[in-house]
Design a protein around this ligand. Sequence first.
Ligand SMILES: [Zn+2]
Length: 237
Amino acid sequence: MSEAPLTTLQIDGLTVPYRVVRTRRTRRMNLRVGPTGLTVTVPARCSARRIQDQLHRDAAWIAAAWGRVVARAPAGIVHGTRLPFLDSEFEVQIGAGARVRRSGAHLHVPRDVVPEVAIEQWMRGQARREFRARIDHWAPIVDASPGRLVVAGQRSRWGSASARGTVSLNWRLMLTPERVVDYVVVHELCHLHHPDHSRHFWERVGRHLPDFEHDRTWLREHGARVLMMLRPPLPVR
Ligand SMILES: [Zn+2]
């Protein structure tokens, strides 16, 4: 299965994000509208022309379904919502514009998108840069040689490290204080020495971050709430 990057479709003045997913497991074209936009699942060899024709035929249905998704969105993020961002915070401004953009203490979000989805996409981009910089800072200190960085988004964990050295970090760490991000980075880098939570593992974490218990406590007390932030509205059929 291969997934094309997200692009947009203009229908009736609406901007509908969409992606094409090619798979050998289907012979038919399938269109689905959810909180992340329109997903078009097509057979592996389906031509771009055939996809365009189908989108054209279903334009009214797509616009109506996406309209319902957008209308349902204000459950969480609205104009003026404050969002934590590392050691600072943003106030969401919903308005004109084509993309999410930061300007001082404001985060500008286009009007015709699901704010949760658009903000997550923006945050994932920020997270990649932020995590890269922190890993580059801590790796020599921890004496670890991490491999690939994966920006993940599970609702159950903050990070993980694989035997091959891949470090996965949850983009929602961008909603936590910077010292918590450092703690999770150091925690995962220490796993490259000790793949368990043994006494040796915790001794190593404590050597680099003597106050790490504060950060573990912070995650225990606030983690569940942060993991539920920016949850998009339910998909519409
Ligand atoms: Zn661990």
